[in-house]
Ligand binder design. Structure first.
Ligand SMILES: Cc1ncc(COP(=O)(O)O)c(C=O)c1O
Length: 438
């Protein structure tokens, strides 16, 4: 019997008008639950069930759902009769840009778009304009958005991409039909944590940029090996391509200055989204002024176009300003680190008692339990060793018991500032009971 009949009926209704019934197809999962309310660390579904939420709107609501300060800033902007759409510069975008550059040390200037995908799109365009090269390198298992350059190889099956190769590259396993063949030939997908493969590609093709999440957080929490990010920086400097960190998921979640602040590696450009406006839609391209200035390059042939009717929309920008102010002032990172550590320790204790293979991977507030006996080093390691079936059942049982992690194996859990010690205790207690009976 379906435990979520109202959700199922709503999806069925929407399917009449929307292909698939959802507007971002990664929102389709089993079970497909309709959530109608969220506050702090909790969400409620259409059936009236309450959950402690670790999905956090695909990791966007880092302060928690409906953060009162962020919502107040949005309401204030509405109440001021601000023009929602107008012409020319705005005070809000200037204030946001200043605050952003104060938070992220490598951001000498920024441009503002509406989504993370737009941000990676623009960053790659700058890299191509700067270098005059067309080829790019991305990571196997990484996700950087939906456009032609990056719509590939997120959680590909090994049947499609073959065994691990090093040095070397993988076929462009498209997550979308309609990507021109010519475009695919410009995109090189390599192993994460594998510097030799970068050298291999750079020797063969004129590369504009390497674009990567510094921690691969769309296949759990897959961390860089010591020296890897340093090695990328060195190769980029030696070979003359740009190093772009996609911090859409890591940015503001792990530190005010992004993961780059923690790892001490300075990318040439970086992209942000998600947590930067706590669930309101904003994408940011940031970096060295000499590169960002390609948006206003005096030579027409080198100028990179940025445009968008809704770029820096006042409500979103007000939300982002309030988010950055709160992140800068409230002891947020200490709080989520404490809860993250509690979660990591608790999960370790629970799974150690089962005798099952497991590895709890965590960075600050983001965590993932792999059902394999070591920290993964790359995507193939996960595909070859992780127990996907167990992960699926485990997540399902958690959901049935009021703990919402996304019901797809190896997806990140996200703790927010709104979570409490009690939330983590309740989560661990329920997890312990579930695991004992699995
Ligand atoms: C690392 C990363 N980059 C880019 C994107 C794309 O962002 P958006 O969905 O806002 O277009 C995502 C989305 O999940 C992401 O995780």
């Amino acid at each position: 019997m379906n435990a979520w009949p109202k959700s199922a009926a709503l999806l069925k209704n929407n399917e009449q008008w929307i292909p698939g019934g959802v507007v971002s197809l990664n929102r389709k999962a089993d079970p497909n639950i309709v959530f109608e309310k969220g506050l702090g660390s909790r969400v409620w579904d259409l059936e009236g069930n309450e959950y402690i939420d670790y999905q956090a709107g695909f990791a966007a609501t880092f302060l928690g759902h409906n953060d009162p300060d962020v919502n107040a800033a949005v309401m204030q902007t509405l109440n001021q009769d601000s023009l929602l759409m107008s012409a020319g510069p705005t005070n809000l975008e200037g204030e946001f840009a200043r605050l952003f550059c104060e938070c992220v040390p490598t951001a000498e200037s920024v441009q503002i778009a509406t989504t993370g995908s737009e941000a990676t799109y623009h960053a790659l365009r700058i890299a191509r304009a700067v270098t005059g090269n067309d080829h790019i390198i991305v990571m196997q298992g990484g996700y950087n958005g939906w456009h032609n350059d990056v719509s590939c190889n997120v959680i590909s099956s090994l049947d499609d991409i073959g065994p691990r190769v090093s040095p070397g590259e993988y076929p462009y396993d498209s997550s979308s039909a309609g990507v021109p063949q010519a475009h695919k030939s410009l995109v090189h997908i390599i192993n994460y944590n594998d510097l030799e493969s970068v050298e291999y590609i750079v020797k063969r093709y004129p590369v504009a940029a390497i674009l990567l999440e510094p921690i691969l957080q769309n296949v759990g929490i897959l961390k860089p090996q010591p020296g890897y990010l340093q090695g990328l920086r060195k190769l980029a400097d030696e070979k003359g391509f740009l190093l772009i960190f996609d911090e859409v998921k890591t940015g503001f979640r792990h530190a005010l200055g992004g993961y780059q602040q923690l790892c001490g590696i300075q990318p040439d450009l970086s992209t942000f989204g998600k947590a930067v406006a706590n669930g309101y839609p904003l994408g940011v391209i940031a970096g060295k002024k000499k590169y960002m200035d390609y948006f206003v390059h005096p030579e027409r042939s080198k100028r990179v176009l940025i445009a968008g009717t809704f770029n820096a929309h006042p409500l979103t920008t007000a939300a982002a300003i309030a988010t950055l102010k709160k992140l800068s002032s409230a002891g947020v990172y200490e709080h989520v680190e404490k809860l993250g550590k509690m979660m990591e320790d608790g999960l370790n204790e629970i799974f150690a008692a089962t005798g099952r293979k497991y590895f709890v991977s965590r960075q600050g507030s983001a965590f993932c339990t792999y059902f394999m006996d070591h920290a993964p080093v790359d995507f193939h390691d996960i595909m070859e060793n992780h127990d996907f079936e167990y992960d699926k059942v485990y997540r399902r049982k958690l959901i049935e018991n009021g703990i919402f992690n996304f019901p797809l194996p190896i997806k990140q859990g996200s703790i927010s500032f709104a979570h409490t010690v009690k939330d983590i205790e309740e989560t661990l207690e329920k997890t312990k009971n579930i695991v004992a009976h699995l």
